[in-house]
Design a protein around this ligand. Sequence first.
Ligand code: C5P
Length: 226
Amino acid sequence: MSTLLSPYDTKVIAIDGPSASGKGTIAARIASILNRDYLDSGALYRLTALFAKQRKIDWANEEQIAQLAATLPVIFIGGKILLNDLDVTHTIRSEEVGLNASKIAAYPLVRAALLQRQRDFLTTKGLVADGRDMASVVFPNAELKIFLTASAQVRAKRRALQLDLAINGEEFKQILVDIEKRDAADRTRAVAPLQPVADAHILDTSSLNIDESVQKILDWYQIIKK
Ligand code: C5P
């Protein structure tokens, strides 16, 4: 596994947390306010899972999936994600792709294959990176480490709202089940499990909206910059 860290590897705000915790929206907003690049590391795991499914690779074949991860033909351009020149921006957001991503994310070879690719997103401009192991593995020297939490119920409600679904129907129940399943898999896996590092700021967003969450993180950022 590569351990190459860049000379400016402190210029990172790492935002980790479970699925549907709002970290993507929050991280992208902070990157834009601070004029930094943004890394959605989950997209790389989702892309690997989608690519493996398209190639009909056996889910148990860790080596082959890692090989795909290392050579993903992906382009991030103007808010769009192209895999093999096809626009998969929306396709990779499905719950099915999320669950498959979680499955292959438990493979050490896959994580190793994606490590340098994630670090390469960092330039002198600085980065806001979101995922599960940004602070613990990918950017251990990040200047600010945030761990977002919110109850599974709250996160399932947010997801249902995004999808325009009622929050008492069968579809909502399924969303909740999927979220809990993915949480359990991400928290209990042997490599890079989802858990806060010792120096993380914990932010429970259950009763905060996006603006309030962003503000809280910017307040912490101002404190470390003083
Ligand atoms: O963040 P997102 O829901 O898009 O991530 C999809 C899956 O990819 C997660 O459930 C997790 O298993 C995996 N992942 C990871 N490490 C990251 C980002 C995502 O294991 N840094």
